[in-house]
Design a protein around this ligand. Structure first.
Ligand code: S3P
Length: 188
């Protein structure tokens, strides 16, 4: 790792601590893999909100939505998110694609002073990954359904504190480094 990057890493840690970092963005933008890389760089714990809910419920988010309805899943999501935001240790949190779309969750996140980063990937790339992925995503069963959701949520993603463009073939580590570069100058 070059020394200039080590300095950026240190500045990013100073700027953020102890704020939580929340990675938001549509399904298929790579929130979990980028979040893991970012947590590694910043030496923080990584938490995947969907995995946390799945562990608690013994079912995947997709199964919860399918069996109990989306609103039940959103209740569980808001509860788990609130608990993570209350936690005293600084974490990198990958939120599910719909978490930031909820005004209640945005309020929780913003009032906790967490730092939000939107992984902005074009719809075509998201859909390619959704289609290829093994995850069960009942809210994106068809291209049309996913595209409508993408368009409806896009204005809310613009409300995140920072935006990092994501393109096909970019590796998660490189995207995480871009996030660090973007955070560090905010110290000035
Ligand atoms: C959802 C996205 C999923 C998961 C759930 C609902 C959404 O997470 O939380 O199926 O509403 O966009 P990913 O964004 O990780 O696929």
């Amino acid at each position: 790792m070059p020394s200039w990057f080590g300095k950026l890493q240190k500045v990013a840690c100073d700027v953020l601590q102890p704020r939580q970092i929340i990675i938001v963005g549509f399904m298929g933008t790579g929130k979990s893999s980028v979040g893991q890389e970012l947590a590694r760089i910043l030496a923080r714990r990584f938490v995947d909100l969907d995995d946390l809910i799945a562990q608690r419920e013994g079912r995947s988010p997709g199964e919860i939505i399918e069996q109990d309805g989306e609103s039940r899943f959103r209740e569980l999501e808001t509860k788990a998110l609130g608990e993570l935001l209350d936690s005293p240790d600084a974490q990198v949190i990958a939120a599910g694609g719909g978490a930031w779309a909820s005004a209640e969750n945005r309020e929780l996140i913003n009032s906790s002073k967490a730092f939000t980063v939107w992984l902005a990937a074009p719809f075509k790339l998201c859909w390619k990954r959704i289609k290829a992925g093994k995850e069960f995503r009942p809210l994106a069963r068809s291209r049309d359904e996913a595209q409508r959701l993408y368009a409806a949520r896009r204005p809310t993603y613009h409300l995140a504190a920072a935006r990092v463009p994501v393109s096909d073939g970019e590796n998660p580590g490189a995207i995480a480094e871009k996030i660090v570069e973007l955070i560090a100058p905010k110290r000035a």
